[in-house]
Design a protein around this ligand. Structure first.
Ligand code: FES
Length: 143
């Protein structure tokens, strides 16, 4: 199986699993994000305590790319610190913009590297970054 197939499989699995798509107990940071191109919306729910993201989930609708990207992001940030989440956002955006291409640097993104080639599909870039932009805005409200 080639790398492209593995990436496609990761995206399809996250889109189908829905394991991060639910409500969480006592969220204290909830933010809706809209993809202006299509009008699809997701809502992130986070429970942040003492600088740590104790729990996270999302609800909403969108295409497979947006749903998978949101789910992958949640796996990455859940249980980590707010500062780590901010670093992940920076790295992910850098990857999407082709500013960060170093494999070692991208390793920290784990499964999110599956979205690396989305920049070849300009119409889908907004789908891929929707969750990450929403998280960035949510965390900015917290600080
Ligand atoms: Fe709406 Fe991708 S088409 S989020």
């Amino acid at each position: 199986m080639g790398l492209e197939d593995i990436y496609t499989q990761i995206i399809m699995e996250h889109n189908a699993s829905g394991r991060n798509k639910h409500h969480i107990d006592s969220p204290n940071l909830v933010l809706k994000g809209v993809n202006p191109s299509c009008g699809d919306e997701i809502t992130l729910e986070l429970r942040v305590k003492d600088g740590k993201i104790e729990d996270a989930s999302f609800t909403g609708v969108g295409c497979a790319i947006s749903q998978a990207s949101t789910s992958i992001m949640i796996d990455l940030i859940k249980g980590g610190t707010v500062e780590e989440a901010k670093e992940h956002i920076k790295t992910f955006m850098g990857m999407i913009r082709h500013e960060i291409t170093d494999e070692k640097q991208l390793e920290s993104l784990d499964e999110a590297v599956a979205l690396k080639n989305i920049s070849h599909m300009p119409a889908r870039v907004k789908c891929a970054v929707l969750a990450w932009h929403t998280l960035e805005n949510a965390l900015a409200k917290k600080s």
